[in-house]
Design a protein around this ligand. Structure first.
Ligand code: NAI
Length: 305
């Protein structure tokens, strides 16, 4: 049984939906929680402290310990104050759940600059602000568990969500490098790709589908990623009591070389390039050039000083 007694967690966007369930579950497993939420509509309009305060009341009534915070994750200074308040009250931050989010769906042709930028600001820059504010503390502690909330929209695309998809896959890239840089400090960084019947799916599904996708069914995946035994650099999908993993992989491909007909050869040999036999998950970005150099017959050695 996962025991988070003594752990301190910050959950952004925890006034409702998935974040609320995450915060309640982490608290039930003993963690002390900063319940962050700026309130407001699904489109990110308006501000309200009450959703975060209500979740704090619930946690305390259940015998837990929590404080409310109304910062918008887009406000770096307010996010720093939020982290400072957790540090001054509890002396550490062990777990960060980057969950806050909004939608501004539109086809790309109709999407304004502001609608694109706002979604990047909330999801990607918001996660950056929160992560930056806890990173040194986690390094000093030699302990950290960070969860980014990605989405199947980013991983696989969704009509009308080019802004959201870009931000959500950006979080996967953010996680990949942080997981590498944090490993030696026991900071594990993972992505959760939820599917949940929150207000984000209002009008898109029947009530029985929404019921089957209750957000509380996603939170155990979050709890696993927040635990001492969390993996590092995984993309865990969760919804309706099911759990899957998504991967970013590379095929072995072929070597074509350099001559006037290379572009035509790429199209002619599309099937061989795409062949998933021997497909692998690169340990880091350098794997691509290493593989290409090997196929070009170049011996790969580390650069001499
Ligand atoms: P929700 O709308 O119920 O919850 C999002 C919460 O974030 C709200 O309470 C909102 O007030 C808060 N929030 C919004 N902007 C904020 C800001 N700037 N600062 C602080 N708090 C802010 O939506 P849901 O479904 O619970 O979404 C949670 C996360 O899961 C989001 O990142 C969303 O993109 C992601 N997600 C949800 C899926 C679903 O099926 N519901 C699918 C894939 C990803």
């Amino acid at each position: 049984m996962i025991n988070l007694t003594g752990r301190v967690a910050i959950v952004t966007g925890a006034g409702g939906g998935l974040g609320r369930e995450h915060a309640l579950l982490l608290a039930r497993h003993g963690a002390r929680i900063v319940v962050n939420d700026s309130g407001g509509s699904l489109k990110g309009e308006g501000r309200l402290n009450t959703p975060a305060e209500q979740v704090v009341t619930e946690i305390i009534e259940n015998g837990g310990d929590a404080i409310a915070n109304g910062a918008s994750v887009t406000d770096a200074a307010a996010v720093q104050q939020m982290v400072d308040s957790a540090l001054s009250r509890w002396g550490k931050v062990d777990i960060l759940v980057n969950n806050a989010g909004i939608l501004r769906d539109k086809t790309f042709a109709k999407m304004s600059w502001d609608e694109f930028r706002l979604i990047i600001d909330v999801h990607l820059m918001g996660a950056f602000h929160c992560t930056k504010a806890v990173w040194d503390t986690m390094k000093r502690q030699s302990y950290g568990r960070i969860i980014m909330t990605t989405s199947s929209s980013g991983l696989f695309g969704n009509f009308g969500q080019s802004n959201y998809g870009a931000a959500k896959l950006g979080l996967v890239g953010f996680m990949q490098t942080l997981g590498l840089e944090g490993a030696k400090y026991n900071i594990h960084v993972n992505c959760l790709a939820p599917s949940a019947g929150t207000r984000m799916l209002d009008g898109l599904m029947t009530s029985s589908m929404l019921h089957a996708l209750h957000p509380a069914l996603v939170s155990p995946a979050l709890l696993a990623l927040a635990s001492d035994n969390a993996p590092n650099r995984a993309i865990l999908c969760a919804g309706a009591g099911s759990f899957e993993r998504a991967y970013i992989t590379m095929t072995r491909g072929i070597h074509i070389g350099s001559h006037a007909g290379v572009a035509d050869a790429v199209l002619d040999q599309w099937e061989a390039i795409s062949d998933r036999n021997g497909e692998f998950i690169p340990e880091s970005g350098t794997a691509q050039s290493q593989l290409e150099l090997e196929k070009a017959g170049v011996v790969v050695t580390s650069k001499e000083a």
